[in-house]
Ligand binder design. Sequence first.
Ligand code: KG4
Ligand code: ZN
Length: 334
Amino acid sequence: MAVLTLGIESSCDETACAVIEDGRIVRSSIIASQADFHSQYGGVVPELASRMHVEAIVPCITEAMKQAGVGYKDLDAVCVTKGPGLVGALLVGVSAAKALCEVENLPLVGVNHMAGHIAANYLTDPSWEPPFLCLVVSGGHSEILLVKDYSDMEYICSTRDDAAGEAFDKIARVIGLGYPGGPKMDKASQGGDPNAYAFPAPKIQDSLDFSFSGIKTAALNLINQTRLKGEEVRVNDFAASYQDAVCSILCDRLAKAVKQTNLRKICLAGGVSANSCLRGKITELAKKQRCELCLPKMAYCTDNAAMIASAGYYDYLKGIRDGMDMNAYPSLEM
Ligand code: KG4
Ligand code: ZN
């Protein structure tokens, strides 16, 4: 009998619900994004995000169930993001999941949002299995993880300052591209010259850790100096050069992690894994170092609930359950 998991995700500005079969087959995936609404403020306003989740959560669950063609009695577990993320936003999904489990007498599985992002690879390639290295790059995270098993992971390195997504979002805002900056910078860079502007490489020698503060400061200085001269930066060239520099840092670290671990199986996870330049560079790296590669489908790169239902499925199989005392954990670690 197929195992059906319902996934619920509300950690930031997407209310998402999905039904997944056996951890890999997407029966439905509904995403109600608030991104357009928050763009007028230049970023996510947490309190407004929570209120919008409250309005969207029940219609989202209902639609996911309807599109999957299943009833609550057919479900085997409810998997919900319990952290990390915005506490008020997380609480909406967690409360909905707990209520559903209580009423329908279903097991509750709390899922780490970042483990969810990694599971996007299981939804993309049916034969993709641990162990592998995963470059996790989102709005709040940048790290390389050694995924030993579905729920056993080890940090190889992480960022010492900003996350990759933040590095994109902040500079995109300064050059007038708006929020969310990552996808807008990706688009603006099309046709731009990646060698038009030069950015310094990070100086960390003693570890594989990332740092984006140097490159961000260099970008801000370049923009200011150009404006002081009464000129504007050429947006397409600037976006292409900056994006290339950020992706080179990420790729360089992943190449070193492959050498260090001698594990020739790599994948990406998180919103920034949708970036065309990063996907291109990682594909080249995989060829050069003869690595097996998985690039998550675009639909599962940014926040969604299918990935949560997939990650939760593997915890469910292991007998991992949460009780009704489960909370939302804004700073949850892997
Ligand atoms: O994983 P995600 O949807 O949410 C978090 O868990 O943080 O990631 C959002 C981040 C944002 O910083 C956004 O700008 C970035 O992913 N992002 C991109 C692209 N699409 C989304 N960054 C670069 N290029 C993209 N195409
Ligand atoms: Zn995310």
